[in-house]
Ligand binder design. Structure first.
Ligand code: GUN
Length: 281
């Protein structure tokens, strides 16, 4: 039997419409949620991401600024700009697009963002708050994945969840959110021995490795929910995920496609985090 396809575009549209309603209520009270997006350098993929983020803000009635800085911007000048934005009452969320050029220490930059404006949820204060189960901002991609599980009413409590990938942006916060929701969580990484032994046990399998189609049908428990965070470009120009969608959809109970799965949800949750930052004012 073929898996239920979790449609990220449809879910994103629904959540963005709720965000638009809450945004206009806030605007009516004189507060327009504002997001500042900072891009340093000319990485082509990052240029597309930041443009989409700013456009999404406009679509739900938020204020946004996109600042493009040349690749030779000094770390000191970037920190100075962040400090100004931290103090700017029109700005409720600050996002510095990663990766940054090598001469800039991204950890230092993230730590310079005021935690209450850190809509990416990457600041150590926000990572720590998530870890103790009291999150202020949930990192956008994991937050979007949780919304997708919620959208199919998946009973997370007591389920076995396996996360492949242990990044600070996706794998680790994802594991924390699943744990908080009552799952028994295993985090696998590139050194994990006998990966299939782990993945075969998963009721929820979340894949964030950056390796095209690495999860194949033989690695998946029949009926599992498979969430694919990967976005990879194949030599023929087509996009694909970290999961071999065509074979896995025949085994899984539910699966997210690429494109049209987790991707649209990530930006949606950025909007939600920005809205919530403004609502806290
Ligand atoms: N680069 C890739 N993903 C992200 C993200 O979620 N936030 C930021 N700031 N940069 C990224």
């Amino acid at each position: 039997m073929s898996a239920k396809i979790i449609d990220g575009n449809a879910l994103a549209k629904q959540v963005r419409s709720e965000i638009a309603t809450r945004t206009s209520a806030l605007v009516a009270k004189g507060i327009k949620p504002g997001l500042a997006v900072l891009l340093v350098g000319e990485d082509p993929a990052s240029q597309v991401y930041v443009r989409n983020k700013v456009k999404a803000c406009e679509d739900v009635g938020m204020f946004s600024i996109l600042e493009r800085h040349s690749a030779d911007l000094t770390e000191a000048n970037l920190l100075k700009r962040i400090d100004e934005l931290n103090k700017d009452p029109q700005i409720h969320g600050i996002l510095v697009q990663l990766p940054l050029p090598k001469h800039i220490d991204s950890h230092r930059v993230i730590e310079a963002i005021a935690p209450e404006k850190d809509v990416d949820g990457f600041h150590v204060a926000n990572a720590g708050a998530l870890m103790i189960g009291a999150p202020l901002f949930r990192p956008c991609t994991p937050y979007g994945c949780m919304k997708m599980l919620e959208s199919i009413d998946y009973p997370i409590r007591g389920a076995r969840a396996v996360v492949i990938g242990a990044s600070n942006i996706v794998g680790k916060p994802m594991a924390m959110l699943l744990l908080q929701a009552g799952a028994t969580v295993t985090i696998c990484n590139s050194k994990t021995k006998d990966l299939t032994a782990h993945t075969k046990e998963a009721d929820i399998l979340l894949v964030a490795t950056g390796k095209p189609k690495m999860v194949t049908a033989d690695m998946v428990k029949p009926g599992a929910v498979v969430i694919d965070v990967g976005i990879n470009r194949l030599p023929d120009g087509k996009l694909c995920g970290d999961v071999d969608f065509d074979s896995v959809k025949e085994i899984a109970g539910a699966i997210t496609p690429v494109p049209g799965g987790v991707g649209p949800m990530t930006i949606t949750m950025l909007l939600l985090n920005t809205l919530e930052a403004a609502e806290r004012i």
